[in-house]
Design a protein around this ligand. Structure first.
Ligand code: GZL
Length: 336
């Protein structure tokens, strides 16, 4: 909430007023009158209190995104950040947003775990006059219920990953297993859609597809199940919706005595440090980047929304992709 700071003189005036009761003419003076003869002495600071409902801490990408948000919404930048990480639990995240509304924050930023279920609480925020900015993932609720969104084109990321797979495997019959992101999340839905569009008509067959919830442990345990069901020789390609699940798959493939990146090829999305290192080491074959540095744009959108300025409702951030050779060239100079 916007803080109003009484200057020392005004405060002293108020103290004097309290002790003296009313002025000689019986009229109660305001602190201002007592201190400055009636001119405004309050300074309204630009400090904004912002509630940030983060998905959790499920992946290296999420850690980089949280860092970017905390740097952008710092005190020196004029923000008081109230941070909540929902541990990938949609109900807990909605409850955190309701708490922000009850606290009367100036604005709310949400990285929604899943797409559905947001209509009611977004309406409540709007009724309370609190602008909402979405960062990272999107929701199915009406765009009228939030001021703007900043993030990445998840479907395009899936298309880019699928196009690499078609190029890599050509017409060779290819058995692929998929490690899906969090069920119901926009990146899981859109990355699947984009990839499947890209491989349409190719010789790549999806023999299994399960969620690893965007975590390394999840990727490893689902991949262990795939290996026990299909054998290492029955799997040619892993499409992981993020690096962390791909890194978990590498652990399972190596534990089965096979060579990731050779016996079983792996394509992932994010391009976080550990994923890029595995790409340089030849254990992952291709990575499509998903830039987590969204804090600066999110802070710009919050200020514009609070000030009632016009703002773009949809804001895409650029990303790129990397082969093993390209990763080796850039890995030491990347911010995350
Ligand atoms: C994508 C983001 C996804 C990342 C995962 O913008 O929502 O969530 O790809 C993260 O690593 O867990």
């Amino acid at each position: 909430m916007r803080k109003k700071f009484l200057s020392t003189i005004a405060f002293a005036g108020a103290a004097a007023l309290t002790m003296a009761g009313c002025s000689s003419d019986g009229e109660a003076e305001t602190p201002d009158d007592a201190a400055t003869g009636g001119t405004e002495t309050e300074e309204t600071s630009d400090m904004l209190t912002v509630g940030f409902a983060q998905t959790g801490a499920e992946s290296g990408w999420r850690s980089a995104n949280t860092e970017s948000m905390q740097e952008a919404f710092s005190e020196e930048n004029g923000f008081e950040l109230v941070f909540n990480a929902a541990d990938n639990d949609p109900a807990a995240q909605i409850s955190a947003v309701r708490n922000f509304i009850n606290q009367g924050v100036d604005a709310i930023v949400i990285a929604p775990v899943v797409e559905d279920g947001w209509d009611d609480v977004l309406q409540e925020a709007q009724d309370a006059g609190i602008p909402v900015i979405l960062e990272d993932r999107t929701v199915t609720a009406s765009p009228d219920l939030y001021a703007a969104w900043v993030g990445l084109d998840f479907k395009a990321e899936g298309v880019k990953a699928g196009e690499w797979a078609v190029e890599e495997f050509g017409d060779e019959p290819t058995n692929m297993v998929v490690l899906e992101g969090t069920t119901g999340s926009a990146p899981a839905n859109d990355r699947a859609e984009g990839f499947n569009e890209a491989i349409e008509g190719s010789s790549i067959e999806t023999i299994d597809s399960q969620t690893g919830d965007f975590t390394r442990d999840g990727g490893r345990s689902v991949m262990e199940g795939y290996i026990s069901n299909y054998g290492v020789d029955g799997i040619d390609l892993v499409y992981a919706h993020n690096d962390d699940m791909g890194l978990g798959a590498i652990e399972a493939i190596e534990a089965a005595g096979a060579v990731p990146g050779e016996d079983i090829k792996i394509v992932t999305i994010d391009a976080v440090k550990d994923g890029m290192q595995a790409l340089v080491d030849g254990k992952i074959n291709f990575i499509v980047e998903c830039n987590p540095m969204l804090g600066e744009k999110a802070a710009e959108l919050v200020r514009a929304a609070v000030n009632g300025d016009d703002l773009e409702p949809v804001n895409y951030v650029e990303d790129q992709s990397f082969t093993q050779e390209q990763a080796a060239e850039v890995i030491d100079s990347r911010a995350y």
